[in-house]
Write a protein that binds this ligand. Structure first.
Ligand code: F6P
Length: 470
């Protein structure tokens, strides 16, 4: 059986804190004798041409160091100040500096050069996320002929947002050098198809003869999930119970409304707090009977747009506190730190409402974890943004337009007043969908596709499958 090689910007760390994706991929690697390749997390003065291989809890991890300047251009610059905001349709938050693209390509070339030395001819290579779109091109340039797949963990942009990205045609050509490109949702495939069929219109700086040929690449929607049954077990573990006891002591009879997100502008946090503010304003009888907890660990905080989001959130939370808090009642708690999975599972289980309202998002694994952690006898209600890819698989959530804070405020009221029968019916449908899209099957399905030799028939599945889309 071929080895599997996973490539991503970050690599798994030692310890039990790994998320569902890392756990699923580690399992695949353990079964297929493979290794994980990525950045070491170290910034140095000169780039490392060769990877250092180490054992991380029984897993073989190969890592390279990056220079400070390259990392700044590749990660904070091109990946997170151009690709991330554009892919999330926030062109107003992009910063474009043309030299970042050179750094982005340089790092991808450095990854390829160090990785190529470790490859065997029949290894199957699985590249993850928007940091590494050019990796297949760079590997092919070095003569690598292995099967290479790519999975995009964020939404694919609409054509207009794509055209706003410098060198977008080159990036699309990079995608065409993969054998398989996996995306999260049907809408991502639709957006990709729109580009593939029409291609980029010419501008004064680029002519129209840059047609990208995708005829050798399969583009397939593989909606990623979490491990809902693992969260079901975790939510009744002693560590989760400890968190539940602690929270019950402080909440008393108040019902908990919970949000858990990286502190990222795509998550719609200020709008969410504003919706809660409207809910309190319109429903005075609920005051003192509810509490909103937002867990928001800081993220990418060297980037100014992230700092600005953090400041906006501080201000909105302060405003709501000033307007509604009383000496013996606080409407909300806002914690800017990360919690381990057992504590989160406890919070999810206790929360009567899971408030997940990103402005644009992919499959949002917090939604899956919230569902998995519910008490089947007395489940909470998931309020979910219709602009998360997860909305495609969770029609049983209360879906809202996160930009419409009146609608979200009303959804909070409906969720809090929802009777047990309806909550159970919705929970059962949500849990069935979360199980269907569990991360273990997702990884197996992607690899089954990628391992196919040309001419083999396609595996059976119910996802969108586009062969030869050019
Ligand atoms: O959702 C995309 C993603 O890159 C994830 O893969 C990652 O866990 C998360 O964002 C955090 O990103 P970063 O590595 O920039 O902290």
């Amino acid at each position: 059986m071929s080895r599997i090689v996973i490539v991503s910007n970050r690599t798994p760390a030692k310890g039990p804190a790994a998320g569902g994706l890392a756990v699923a991929l580690k399992k695949v690697l353990a079964e297929r004798q493979g290794f994980w390749f990525g950045w070491s997390g170290k910034l140095t003065d000169s780039p490392s041409p060769t990877a250092q291989i180490q054992d991380v809890d029984g897993l073989s991890v190969a890592q390279i160091d990056l220079t400070r300047d390259d990392h700044q251009a590749y990660y904070s610059g091109f990946a997170n100040s151009i690709l991330w905001p554009s892919f999330h349709l926030r062109l107003d938050l992009t910063t474009i500096e043309s030299h970042w693209y050179e750094g982005y390509r340089r790092v991808n070339a450095q990854f390829a050069a160090a990785l190529a030395k470790l490859l065997r001819p029949d290894d199957i290579i699985w590249v993850h996320d928007y940091h590494l779109i050019p990796l297949a091109t760079e590997l092919r340039r070095l003569g690598v002929r292995n099967r290479i797949g790519f999975y995009l963990h964020i939404p694919f942009p609409t054509p207009d947002a794509l055209y706003a990205i410098p060198h977008h045609t080159d990036l699309m050509r990079d995608l065409s050098h993969y054998d398989l490109v996996g995306m999260q949702a049907k809408r991502d495939i639709a957006a990709f198809m729109e580009f593939a069929e029409h291609q980029a219109p010419p501008t004064f700086a680029s002519s129209a003869n840059h047609h990208v040929d995708f005829s050798r690449t399969e583009i397939v929607a593989f909606p990623i999930g979490s491990d809902p049954d693992a969260f079901a077990s975790l939510s009744v573990s002693p560590a989760a119970q400890k968190m539940i006891t602690r929270m019950r002591r402080s909440l008393g009879d108040q019902q908990l409304i919970l949000g858990v997100d990286r502190l990222d502008y795509s998550k719609g946090l200020p709008q969410r707090v504003e919706a809660y503010e409207k809910f309190l304003a319109h429903n005075a009888s609920f005051r003192r009977g509810v509490h909103f907890l937002q867990v928001a660990p800081p993220s990418r905080d060297t980037i100014k747009e992230y700092q600005a989001t953090s400041e906006t959130l501080d201000a909105v939370c302060g405003r709501v506190m000033g307007k509604f808090a009383e000496p013996d009642w606080q409407p909300l708690t806002y914690v800017k730190r990360a919690y381990g999975q057992p504590s989160l599972a406890g919070l999810y289980r206790l929360a009567r409402v899971g408030l997940i309202t990103p402005l644009r998002d992919g499959m949002n694994l917090v939604a899956h974890e919230y569902i998995g952690s519910q008490n089947p006898e007395d489940p909470g209600v998931l309020i979910l943004s219709r602009f998360a890819g997860a909305a495609e698989i969770f029609p049983a959530a209360l879906q809202v337009n996160p930009f419409d804070t009146d609608e979200s405020a009303e959804a909070i009221r409906v969720a809090l007043e929802m009777g047990l029968e309806e909550r159970r019916a919705r929970y059962e449908a949500l849990m069935a969908a979360a199980r269907k899209h569990n991360v273990g099957d997702w990884a197996e399905e992607f690899l089954a596709h990628l391992s196919r030799k040309p001419g083999d028939s396609a595996p059976q599945h119910d996802h969108i499958y586009l062969n030869s889309v050019a």
